[in-house]
Design a protein around this ligand. Structure first.
Ligand code: OOG
Ligand code: MG
Length: 267
């Protein structure tokens, strides 16, 4: 992927510092392609990798990865038609049923996702959904709290990849299940905000089967000479469109067979 870089190392570092500042101090910035219209997907991943390197150097622990823009609902909402990946760290994890602060977020939105916990390493290229299912320890329901650092939650693919796929917080919970005991594609989910249903869907909305999204993620990792290690927590992408939240909101994502994941948002 490095062969498709259009930006210099200096520009990559400058953009990483811009994204890191916006993420850690919770302010909105213009999308990066306003200044660098030639920015490629490879440039976006170079910025994301630099961000990951810096966070790890600061003591953050990587716990896994996320696939994003893997359902039509998400692609239509964001106006981007190509899936992407981002990294997840221990600092982004929040307990089930907890109060999640919005003071350190710009304009949070919630998404319901199926999360996979891996029991074997996976290495692309050529990783398939069957390979993913064989390497999966169990699945569990999750809510991702995304928070684009770009003004108006508006971006293009290169910019959102540089911003680590809008990753901000995530909550895993509910009931862990073995994939062989489920028919994952037909699994339904309902998102409630303050007791009202605001979104609903079935896991098949994610590339026909959420394991396809994990296979796609492994194959993108391979392009960056990385593999997915055993023990990783991997989110497969929002099944429905994302829902905006503010202080005072409570969210419950109810998954068929997998139980529910709840949280509330505070100042
Ligand atoms: C990009 C992140 C997408 C998902 O689950 O589709 C994502 C965004 O919509 O800001 O996490
Ligand atoms: Mg997501």
């Amino acid at each position: 992927m490095s062969s498709n870089l259009s930006l210099s190392r200096e520009d990559i570092v400058r953009l990483c510092e811009r994204v890191e500042g916006a993420q850690t101090r919770a302010y909105a910035i213009p999308k990066l392609t306003n200044e660098y219209p030639q920015m490629s997907i490879a440039d976006g991943y170079a910025v994301q990798n630099e961000l990951r390197r810096r966070f790890i150097a600061q003591g953050h622990k990587q716990v896994g990865w996320k696939a994003g823009l893997t359902s039509r609902a998400k692609m239509q909402q964001m106006g981007v038609s190509v899936p992407s990946i981002g990294f997840l760290t221990d600092r982004m994890a929040r307990p089930e049923n907890s109060a999640i602060s919005t003071a350190d977020l710009v304009h949070p939105r919630v998404e319901c996702e199926v999360a996979f916990v891996m029991k074997a390493d996976l290495q692309g290229p050529g990783c398939t959904a069957a390979d993913v299912l064989a390497a999966t320890d169990y699945v569990l329901p999750a809510v991702e709290i995304i928070d684009s650092r770009f003004s108006g939650f508006k971006f293009d693919l290169a910019s959102v990849i540089a911003d680590n796929g809008s990753s901000a917080r995530f909550v895993g919970g509910g009931r862990a299940r073995y994939v062989e005991d489920l028919d994952l594609p037909t699994l339904g989910v309902v998102m409630e905000k303050n007791g009202e249903i605001v979104a609903m869907g079935a896991a098949a909305a994610v590339m026909g089967h959420p394991a396809e999204a994990i296979a796609m993620l492994v194959n993108i990792l391979a392009e960056m000479d990385e593999m997915l290690p055993a023990g990783s927590f991997v989110m497969s992408g929002g099944i429905t469109e994302a829902i905006a939240v503010q202080p005072g909101d409570s969210i419950v994502a109810r998954f068929q067979e997998l139980g529910s994941v709840s949280m509330r948002f505070v100042e």
